[in-house]
Design a protein around this ligand. Structure first.
Ligand code: ADP
Ligand code: ASP
Ligand code: MG
Length: 418
C-alpha cells in the first residue's frame, strides 16, 4: 500500500466526462489499496475568465478580492470530483483550503504555502476516504483567502504530498511528460524519461509551464517524488511512462550521455518596460526597482544602456504582463523621484531560454544561440544568463521560429521525427 497524491490540471478537469475519467483513475488507485489525496485545478479557461472579470471591474483591483474571485474555480471542480467519486461507490469528500487550513503568506495572487494542517486529510485517508483538495488556494494568518500564482495547483499538490509524507506525487496533465521543449509548438520535441530537479526548476522558471516553478523548488527541498503523466491515457493497465523528476545522483550512469542542453522554453507573458533619460548617478536604479519590489512585482530581465552625453541613460526591464497596470502606476507615481523622461511599454515580446547543466563545463552555448537567431534575422532585445541558462528577449512573432531553430541547432530533435 502506498500513500499517493494525484493532481489533475485544468484540461483534465474540463467538463463532467473528463472529471469522470479522472474519477476512474482515482478509483483504480484506491482499488490497488492505496491511500489517495487528489488535488484539482479549475476547468481550463475558467481561471482566465475569472481574472478577466477582476480586470474589467477595475484594472487596479484589490488583490485580496481578486483571490476571493479566482480561487472559486477550484471549489467547483473539487465538489464535482467528490460527487462523481461518490456516484462510483468511492468514499470521498472535498476539503477547501480554508477548511484544512492551508496557511500561506499574505502576498495575494502569489502567496507562498507556509503550513498545511494534515490532520483532517490524514484521518480521512486512513479511513479509506479520498480527500479532494482544491489546488491554488490558501488562507492567510488573518483568514483572508489567497491564491498561489498561475499554475499554482502543482505547488498545492507537492505541498500536500510533503505534508502527508506521500510516497508519490503524480501530476496528471494533457501531455505525457516533460519534453525538450513545448511539444505543442515543436513536433520534433523529445520526451525526457528523467529530468533533474535543478533543470526542471530552471526550465519551469523560464516558461515551461508543465510544472509551476515553486512546485519544483518545494519538491526538491522536501524530497517529494514527482512524476508528470498524461491523464488521457487508458486509466488501467500499463500507462505510458511519464517523466520522473529526480536528484542528480539518480541520473548516474546516464550522465555521460547527457545532452549539453536539456531543453528550450519560451515565455510570452512578460512585458518590456523602458524608462528613457534616467539620471546616470548612484541610486538611480534603486529608485526604480525598490518601489516595484515593495509592490511585490517581480522584475526579470534588466538592461541599462550606455550613458548619453547628457548624463542620463535608458533602463529597460521586463515585468509579468499580469502586473503591467500596477507596474506603470507605481512608476508614474515615482516619476519625480526617479527623474525619467518617457515611460514606454511593449507586450509583444517573448523570452526564449536554453537550459542545461552541461553548460557549466562548455563554452559556446550563448554564441550558438545568437548566431542561430541572427541566421533567421531575429533581433535580440535583451539578454540574461545564469550558470545553466541563457535567455534572450525577442519580438513575440518570432517565438515559434526561434524555438524550432534552436531545438534543431542544439541537436535536440527526435531522431524518428520527420
Ligand atoms: P495543467 O492544466 O495540467 O496544469 P498546463 O497547461 O499548466 O497543464 O501545462 C501543460 C502544458 O505545458 C502542455 O500542454 C504544454 O503545451 C506545456 N509545455 C510547455 N513546455 C513544456 C515541456 N517542456 N514539456 C511538456 N509540456 C510543456
Ligand atoms: N487554475 C489555476 C490557474 O489556471 C491554477 C492551476 O491550474 O494550476 O492558474
Ligand atoms: Mg499547470
Amino acid at each position: 500500500m502506498a500513500r499517493i497524491v494525484m493532481k489533475f490540471g485544468g484540461t483534465s478537469m474540463a467538463g463532467i466526462d473528463r472529471i469522470r475519467n479522472v474519477a476512474n483513475r482515482v478509483k483504480h488507485e484506491v482499488e490497488l489499496g492505496n491511500e489517495v489525496a487528489v488535488v484539482v485545478s479549475a476547468m481550463s479557461g475558467d481561471t482566465d475568465r475569472l481574472v478577466n472579470f477582476c480586470r474589467e471591474a477595475s484594472p487596479l483591483y484589490d488583490p485580496r478580492e481578486y483571490d476571493v474571485v479566482v480561487a472559486s474555480g477550484e471549489q467547483v471542480t473539487s465538489g464535482l470530483l467528490a460527487i462523481t467519486l461518490q456516484s462510483m461507490g468511492v468514499k470521498a469528500r472535498s476539503w477547501m483550503g480554508w477548511q484544512l487550513p492551508i496557511r500561506t503568506s499574505d502576498a495575494h495572487a502569489s502567496a507562498r504555502i507556509q503550513t498545511i494542517n494534515s490532520d483532517a486529510i490524514g484521518a480521512a485517508m486512513a479511513s479509506g476516504e479520498v480527500a479532494v483538495i482544491p489546488g491554488f488556494q490558501g488562507l492567510t494568518e488573518d483568514d483572508r483567502i489567497t491564491t498561489l500564482g498561475r499554475g499554482g495547483s502543482d505547488t498545492s499538490a507537492v505541498a500536500v504530498a510533503a505534508a502527508m509524507k506521500a510516497d508519490r506525487c503524480d501530476i496528471y496533465t494533457d501531455v505525457d511528460g516533460v519534453y525538450t521543449t513545448d511539444p505543442r509548438i515543436v513536433p520534433k520535441a523529445r520526451k525526457l524519461a528523467k529530468v533533474t530537479y535543478e533543470e526542471m526548476l530552471e526550465l519551469a522558471s523560464v516558461g515551461a509551464k508543465v510544472l509551476q516553478t515553486r512546485s519544483v523548488g518545494l519538491a526538491m527541498k522536501e524530497k517529494v517524488r514527482v512524476q508528470v503523466l498524461s491523464s488521457f491515457d487508458q486509466p488501467t493497465g500499463n500507462p505510458t511512462p511519464g517523466t520522473m523528476i529526480v536528484g542528480e545522483d539518480e541520473l548516474e550512469g546516464s550522465t555521460m550521455e547527457r545532452q549539453l542542453i536539456t531543453g528550450i522554453a519560451y515565455d510570452k507573458k512578460e512585458t518590456k518596460v523602458t524608462l528613457t533619460a534616467v539620471p546616470d548617478r548612484p541610486g538611480a536604479v534603486a529608485a526604480i526597482f525598490s518601489p516595484l519590489a515593495d509592490a511585490n512585482i517581480n522584475v526579470d530581465m534588466i538592461v541599462q544602456n550606455v550613458a548619453h552625453d547628457t548624463g542620463s541613460t535608458d533602463v529597460t526591464f521586463t515585468v509579468p504582463s499580469d502586473e503591467i497596470a500596477r507596474s506603470l502606476d507605481t512608476l508614474e507615481r515615482e516619476r519625480s523621484a526617479i527623474g525619467y523622461d518617457k515611460l514606454i511599454h511593449d507586450a509583444n515580446v517573448a523570452k526564449i531560454s536554453v537550459v542545461g547543466v552541461g553548460m557549466r563545463s562548455h563554452a559556446g552555448v550563448a554564441s550558438k544561440m545568437f548566431s542561430t537567431l541572427a541566421d533567421r534575422k531575429i533581433n535580440v532585445l535583451a539578454i540574461t544568463t545564469s550558470e545553466i541558462k541563457v535567455s534572450v528577449l525577442i519580438h513575440e512573432d518570432y517565438t515559434e521560429l526561434a524555438v524550432r531553430a534552436l531545438h534543431t541547432a542544439y541537436g535536440l530533435d527526435a531522431e524518428d521525427a520527420a
